[in-house]
Design a protein around this ligand. Structure first.
Ligand SMILES: Cc1cc2nc3c(=O)[nH]c(=O)nc-3n(C[C@H](O)[C@H](O)[C@H](O)COP(=O)(O)OP(=O)(O)OC[C@H]3O[C@@H](n4cnc5c(N)ncnc54)[C@H](O)[C@@H]3O)c2cc1C
Length: 103
């Protein structure tokens, strides 16, 4: 059985990788003619980090990213409105958030 996924961004690629792992023949259709960088910082939440680990793709983002310790929401004066300790808030299986800044 051949499965086709419309959209080759993160959702489509991750779905394709999981389907491939269970032996399903999968192709991706992407309407964009080229893949370009957005040049923005990327923050990966714990469930996304867990998925990358399951797929064996965590080493590279872990090498270039920073494990987030505190998630700080600033108030209008630039001070902290709220601070979430991401080490405390990590997923039950221990996966934490990774932040990476585009160069
Ligand atoms: C500036 C910005 C910063 C962000 N930062 C973060 C972040 O730090 N952390 C985070 O977790 N999320 C972040 N997000 C959100 C994240 O980008 C989205 O949640 C994520 O991209 C959704 O993935 P997706 O694969 O579902 O959809 P999309 O990324 O929207 O991908 C859909 C793809 O399908 C293609 N497509 C659409 N229609 C068709 C068609 N008919 N045929 C073929 N292809 C088609 C599109 O070209 C596109 O490539 C950010 C978003 C923006 C805009």
């Amino acid at each position: 059985m051949k499965t086709l996924i419309a959209g080759g961004s993160i959702g489509g690629i991750v779905a394709a990788l999981y389907l491939h792992r269970v032996g399903i023949d999968v192709g991706i259709l992407e309407r964009a003619e080229e893949i370009r960088e957005l040049c923005v910082g990327i923050n990966m939440l714990p469930h996304a980090v867990e998925a990358l680990a399951e797929l064996g793709l965590l080493a590279e983002p872990d090498a270039i990213g920073i494990r987030t310790h505190d998630l700080i929401q600033p108030n209008r004066n630039g001070g902290p409105e709220s601070v979430i300790d991401m080490i405390e808030a990590r997923a039950p299986d221990g996966f934490t958030d990774i932040g990476a800044v585009a160069s």
